[in-house]
Design a protein around this ligand. Sequence first.
Ligand code: AMP
Ligand code: TRP
Length: 324
Amino acid sequence: MKRVFSGVQPTNNLHLGNYLGAIKNWVELQNSYDAFYCVVDLHAITVKQDPKQLRQNVLNVAKTYLALGVDPDKSTIFVQSHVPQHAELAWVLNTIAKLSELERMTQFKDKAKEHKENINMGLFDYPVLMASDILLYSPEVVPVGEDQKQHVELTRDLAARFNSLYGKTFIEPKPLINKEGARIMGLDDPTKKMSKSAASANSYIALLDSPEVVAKKISRAVTDSGTTIESGADRPALTNLLTIYSLLSNQSIKNIEKEYAGKGYADFKKGLAQVVTQFISEFQSKFNALDDNKVKKILEEGAAKAKVVAEKKMEEVKTKMGLL
Ligand code: AMP
Ligand code: TRP
């Protein structure tokens, strides 16, 4: 059975962009692939974390996967640091990754600007660790948002380089990026992606925002000039809101435009708030019903399954490289 691998960092609450750009695909893929979904805590510590908060966030992200429909009977759900081969393979791949290619990574450049006081080696090496996460499991596809495409391409390059140096060991995985939803934009600024680290909480809708907060954020969302409810390249704010509406309600943007023909922004925003709050309320009732101890058990079982695959691949790597 073909494999799929992906992960999300346990930093703050996840938002609609994480769901629509990535996790929505995970849920579909688990039906036809052998799926591995990871909580990448070693990535999270490349920016400063409070230990107590981090511990909570790791559990919350696992609960988020489950509440969004990732099914532990179909998918292996686990925590990156529970499988030591991730860090081990990262060291090995460091010996073939080039400074010049890591210096080109736009996420590193952005994060280095954002965390000027803490540009640590881990932040620079982040894409190599991500390549290790992926390559250990030989997945065909890696479902991610648009911002991670460059990292998956680096992963392919490192796989090919390793293979040509030491013989065929890794599969070159393909990024799986949606046509719509791959880049959900900030509600307060449609030129920036929706992000947990945005300066203003009005940028994003967190999956754990209360319905009142969601309604308020949507009513404050910026719109484009003009009055009609239509998408288009010159209407980035409306296009973004229509994309969210469309993906959450499973209707085409065209249909939604028809529904709101002759109506204004106020009506549209009211409708959008309804669609989003309904989704969020259903998510939250599933999230709140999850028992922490049961979730920890799922993560333990997941790590045990992941280890079997990771240990085998790491053994192969060591043998190929001449490590006794
Ligand atoms: P992160 O929160 O950076 O760990 O991202 C987790 C996943 O969500 C990755 O696959 C990202 O590409 C995706 N993602 C993050 N922000 C967005 C966004 N604004 N739109 C679409 N996908 C996103
Ligand atoms: N770098 C990804 C992000 O910021 C998270 C991530 C780490 C990941 N390892 C991965 C995603 C492996 C897919 C596959 O969103």
